[in-house]
Design a protein around this ligand. Structure first.
Ligand code: FAD
Ligand code: NAG
Ligand code: NAG
Ligand code: NAG
Ligand code: NAG
Length: 532
């Protein structure tokens, strides 16, 4: 153990704690305690360490949240094991230091590595805790929070070509934040979400104790299974069920532009996609596109699909369920499930699946995103209104994700994720830009907020539902009703993310973390009058 690094850790804690406390005997004792417990050199980074920024940047997905106006951590701690996490929580709690937790860094608002509340703060980066233990006999896997889903998929496929995991499409998502917020992917219509397949979890609570499903209790286990990261404890690991996949699956991408009848085909897709065979997942990626050789733009709609079976059965199903797309055998490719993960994530076929072991992100830019759930098909005039608006912006993107199948057979209260029966599809809006300037951010925010307002007439209402893993700090900001207490504001986004499950989340929070130690801009609040 390096005594030198240890004392720097403690020095930093002193500096931070000065913001809140005078130096007291009690804190001195805490230091002694920290001194005797933390034994890990090269895990504590302050801004004067030349590697600090590299580490801070390493998994930050949204470059917007690295720009100067977003507060940076005073230090980053990279625990190597569960014991280190416990120590960090105990020390921080005793000293009144605010912590943020980052696993894969994909939070849309960057709240895992920035904080507009209670500065200064320390970021606990879980990226060194990424073990994956597949147990085929038990049909399950224990995976640590810092692993990416890509690594998880790779390790499962390495053991068996007929087992998979139901979770996200983007391969660099961190298990810690991703699963905890729900986790949908291309097998959701067959097997539901990541949390629908969660068996157990290990967390560190605000007292630094490690708890599993039995010791945290069913209410807390329910709450972390979709209630979102950063509210109840530090997720150390998840135990997930393996799901059966065929040795050969089929994928396709079929693009239709406006000139090729995109509007009518998409209108049909809305009516059909949630009733397709459970083995079939066909999402639609929508964006403006230049028409080559001209100065004109059109709208591109790409049908991006996974079928859990071979090409011949797929063609039969598509011919009877969605003939309007005109799918041909030459559009399709048969491959292993792991290869389909690469295809759906958008990697060219030249990238080997071992790339997943690097845990690297494939997508880095400045963006603002939002989500909606659609329960009635958007009429063709509505689609035309969408095209008009998309064509006016530089790099907007919409992803329409089909529901139905297993998603409709799981009750709204089975997990905190309530968007189930009756949802035809989810819309994800992303507005992307490529420069750090504030003016650019303002301009692109303005566009997406206006577009979201326009879409209000076509999507779920009362509440206008949203997906917590597509965190949106706009939600609740402009709601007119209610007073301005933080609880009222929280109820506003809380109802959108969780519908009637929100109060049950609040109750579990109030009992499990009454001091609100685990908090961020949209963490589950403690009942007013019950916390501090
Ligand atoms: C490019 C891209 C593609 C995506 N694709 C999908 C998709 O296919 N399906 C889907 O469902 N979602 C998708 N998402 C959303 C994604 O699920 C969420 O952003 C998710 O929260 C990311 O988890 P993370 O660990 O990578 O992020 P982080 O930024 O590390 O964390 C997210 C949140 O969880 C908290 N948290 C992180 N680690 C822990 C921990 N160990 N203990 C407690 N709290 C923790 C953080 O404080 C933060 O509040 C996508 C996001 C991006 C940027
Ligand atoms: C920074 O990282 C490099 C490469 O990983 C390492 O060799 C170096 O010792 C690190 N510097 C400090 C001050 O930790
Ligand atoms: C980290 O990201 C910021 C913002 O994008 C950038 O200015 C800086 O050069 C990056 N630093 C490193 C070391 O990657
Ligand atoms: C599609 O189905 C129709 C009948 O519904 C049939 O006549 C036609 O041959 C089928 N086409 C293919 C390619 O299977
Ligand atoms: C809440 O805040 C807004 C803007 O800050 C203000 O216009 C409004 O009057 C406030 N509402 C109440 C009930 O205090």
């Amino acid at each position: 153990m390096s005594y030198f690094l240890l004392s720097r850790f403690l020095e930093l804690l002193v500096i931070l704690s000065f913001a809140h406390f005078s130096f007291s005997t009690q804190i001195q004792q805490t230091f002694d305690q920290c001194l005797s417990t933390i034994q890990v050199p090269d895990t504590f980074f302050t801004p004067n360490n030349p590697n600090f920024t590299t580490l801070l940047n390493s998994t930050a997905q949204n470059l917007r949240c690295l720009t100067p106006s977003y507060p940076k951590p005073q230090a980053i701690f990279t625990p190597l094991n569960e014991y280190d996490v416990q120590t960090a929580v105990i020390c921080a709690k005793k000293l009144g230091i605010h912590l943020r937790f980052r696993s894969g860094g994909h939070d849309y608002e960057g709240i895992s590595f920035t904080s507009a509340m209670d500065p200064p703060f320390v970021m606990i980066d879980m990226s060194k805790m990424r073990d994956v233990n597949v147990d085929l006999d038990d049909n399950s896997v224990w995976v640590e929070a810092g692993a990416t889903v890509g690594e998880l998929y790779y390790r499962v496929a390495e053991k068996s070509s007929t087992h998979g995991i139901a979770a996200g499409l983007c391969t660099s998502l961190g298990v810690g934040g991703h699963i905890t917020g729900g986790a949908y992917g291309s097998m959701m219509r067959k097997y539901g979400l990541g949390v629908d397949n969660a068996i157990d979890a290990k967390i560190v609570n605000a007292d630094g104790k490690i708890m599993d499903r039995v010791s945290m209790g069913e209410d807390v286990f329910w709450a972390i299974s979709g209630g979102g990261g950063g509210s109840y404890g530090v997720i150390l690991s998840w135990k997930l069920k393996l799901v059966p996949v065929p040795a050969i699956v089929t994928v396709f991408n079929v693009q239709k532009t406006l000139e090729q009848g995109a509007t009518k085909i998409l209108y049909r897709w809305q009516q059909l996609a949630s009733n397709f065979d459970d083995d079939l997942f066909v999402r639609v990626i929508i964006n403006p596109m230049d028409i080559s050789g001209t100065t004109k733009r059109t709208i591109s709609t790409t049908y991006n699909a996974l079928f859990l079976g071979g090409v011949d059965r797929l063609l039969d199903i598509m011919n009877s369920s969605f003939p309007e797309l005109g799918l041909k055998k030459t559009d399709c490719s048969e491959m292993s499930w792991l290869e389909s993960v690469m295809f759906i994530a958008g990697y060219p076929t030249t990238v080997p699946t071992t790339f997943l072991l690097t845990g690297k992100p494939a997508f880095l830019n400045y963006f603002k995103a939002k989500s909606d759930f659609v329960k009635h098909p958007i009429p063709e005039t509505g689609l035309e209104g969408i095209w008009k608006r998309l064509l006016k912006e530089e790099h907007p993107l919409m992803i329409w994700n089909p529901y139905g199948g297993m998603m409709g057979r799981i009750s709204e209260s089975s997990t905190p994720f309530p968007h189930r029966n009756g949802v035809l599809f989810k819309i994800q809006y992303v507005n992307i830009w490529s420069v750090p300037e504030k003016e650019a951010m303002k301009k692109h925010y303005k566009w997406i907020r206006k577009f979201y307002k326009y879409m209000g007439q076509y999507v779920s209402m009362d509440p206008r539902e949203a997906y917590v893993n597509y965190r949106d700090l706009d939600l609740g900001m402009n709601d007119k009703n209610g007073d301005n207490t933080s609880f009222e504001k929280a109820s506003s986004w809380g109802r959108r993310y969780y519908k009637d499950n929100f109060m049950r989340l609040v109750k579990a929070k109030t009992e499990f973390d009454p001091d609100n130690f685990f908090r961020h801009e949209q963490s589950i609040p403690v009942l007013p009058g019950k916390g501090f």
